[in-house]
Design a protein. Structure first.
Length: 254
């Protein structure tokens, strides 16, 4: 079995504490952490790796380069997506963008749709906080930016959703020329474009933002930067937690 190292993207899971006071006092791992460790064990012992296939993940993978270009344009900087693997004795992480001029790591987060795009400042999500601490430990930087991006969902994904809705409406109304079909189909397309399309570069069956009367999102408003500052005290907690997990794995008898 490989020596366990924490992935930066999963740090919040292993750094979570048990809910019960007695478990905290006993130094036990949290249930969230144990679930993550169990998945690691399955991968190591059985060679079974489970890929999650969801629209947000597919969109994120497909739109990585576009997100980098968008962030570059908004920040007025020439940024290059590196996807560089970094590691030390306890951590591993894939670095998206090294903004060396500012000594900042940038990690792009592509929103599932516009309804999940943030515009107000809010408390930093624990997943981002710990991922940022991991990146800063690996690079020595003092700041990590998470760039939330509003980007068009891939056209083929939208066409797939439209096709499924079309068949559903045909089953109900029987004819695409039926007034109720037309009304419901247009309402669906309006909702689809409202959530998933930010500019006029996509047209599906004659529908686009212009024909639907939906305004484009200005480029400068398609990125929300969430900044995470280095916290050395929390970074120091990572090594003992990884060692605790390693001991747990050593004691495992499966």
């Amino acid at each position: 079995m490989e020596m366990f190292k924490a992935r930066c993207s999963q740090l919040s899971k292993i750094m979570s504490d048990p809910k019960a006071k007695k478990d905290k006092e006993a130094g036990n791992l949290s249930e969230t952490c144990k679930t993550h460790v169990e998945q690691y064990l399955k991968e190591q012992l059985y060679g079974r790796y489970f890929e999650i296939d969801t629209l947000p993940i597919r969109k994120g993978n497909e739109k990585e380069i576009e997100a980098t270009a968008l962030v570059s344009k908004v920040l007025g900087a020439k940024l290059i997506r590196e996807n560089k693997l970094l590691f030390n004795d306890y951590l591993t992480g894939h670095l998206d963008i090294d903004y060396a001029d500012k000594k900042v790591i940038i990690d792009t987060k592509i929103c599932k749709d516009f309804s999940t795009f943030p515009i107000l400042d809010a408390e930093i999500e624990l997943a981002y906080y710990w991922q940022g601490q991991g990146y800063m430990d690996l690079t020595g930087y003092d700041e990590c930016w998470f760039a939330k991006c509003a980007i068009n969902t891939p056209t083929h994904e939208l066409e797939r959703m439209e096709k499924a809705k079309w068949f559903q409406l045909i089953d109900i109304f029987g004819d695409e020329s039926d007034d109720n079909f037309v009304m419901n189909h247009e309402a669906f397309m309006r909702d689809l474009f409202m959530k998933h399309v930010v500019d006029n570069n996509i047209t599906i069956k004659g529908f686009n933002l212009d024909t639907l009367g939906i305004p484009e999102i200005p480029i400068e408003k398609r990125v929300k930067i969430i900044k995470v500052q280095r916290c050395q005290e929390d970074i120091k907690l990572i090594e003992p937690r990884v060692n605790q997990i390693r001991q747990f794995l050593t004691n495992f008898k499966g």
